[in-house]
Design a binder for this molecule. Structure first.
Ligand code: 5GP
Length: 219
């Protein structure tokens, strides 16, 4: 029997660099086995700990620009002098299979998706404080002071766009933040406007049949 719409949900998660959004999403995926995390392409340099094909598909600037020309991205953006983009191909397939797709992307890309795809769920992750954000960025030990400054400048702009998102989650304790994200995803599936009309129609038909049955036994 059909219940709610069988298509997967597209979920966009953003937040300032260092807010812990990747860690929250990893935690979300531990319990939410029905969601799939899209792997982006980037032209940024591989950082210690990054795995090509797992964290990103690492490309040269030229390779990335060729993909742009071929229309292979659902969205892409330049962030901190590097390209980042969401490959289009797998996403439609997963959504059609009823699998939820999570994109962890920065705000310019998120806004492009907002223009194109209705019914996308937008969640913004915030750090509990800027002091904490600074600590997390510095503790990563993967970037220069200059790169961190740039990320702070971007974070300043990004924080003001939180109102373009549907939900905000403060990442104080990772497990709590992940629970909130999962609850939001579950609630989204119960939205009346996302309900399958066919399901309501089938319930109406069944009521009709029951009424006919009662009608015939009353005669
Ligand atoms: P990082 O260099 O720290 O891995 O990522 C920098 C920023 O780019 C983060 O905010 C990250 O979420 C974002 N990002 C990662 N993949 C994509 C993508 O496919 N598209 C866009 N627009 N941003 C992305």
């Amino acid at each position: 029997m059909k219940t709610m719409k069988n298509k997967g949900q597209l979920i966009v998660i953003s937040g300032p660099s260092g807010c812990g959004k990747d860690t929250v999403v990893k935690e979300v995926l531990k319990t939410n086995k029905k969601a799939w995390l899209s792997i982006s392409c980037t032209s940024r340099k591989i950082r210690p700990g990054d795995v090509d094909g797992k964290d990103y598909y690492f490309l040269t600037k030229e390779e990335f620009e060729d993909k742009i020309k071929r229309g292979e991205f659902l969205e892409y953006a330049k962030y901190s002098d590097n390209y980042y983009g969401t490959p289009k191909d797998a996403i439609e397939e997963k959504l059609n299979q009823g699998i939820d797709v999570i994109l962890v992307i920065e705000i310019q890309g998120a806004l492009k998706i907002k223009e194109q795809l209705k019914n996308t769920l937008f969640i913004f992750i915030l750090p509990p404080s800027i002091k904490e954000l600074k600590k997390r960025l510095e503790n990563r030990n993967t970037e220069t002071k200059e790169a961190i400054t740039k990320r702070f400048q971007i974070a300043y702009k990004e924080i003001n766009t939180v109102n373009k998102y549907n939900y905000v989650v403060i990442n104080d304790i990772v497990e709590d933040a992940a629970k909130k994200v999962n609850s939001i995803i579950i609630s989204e599936k119960c939205r009346v406007d996302l309900m399958d009309d066919e399901f309501i129609n089938s319930l109406e038909e069944e009521i009709h049949e029951v009424l006919l049955e009662y009608d015939s036994t009353n005669k």
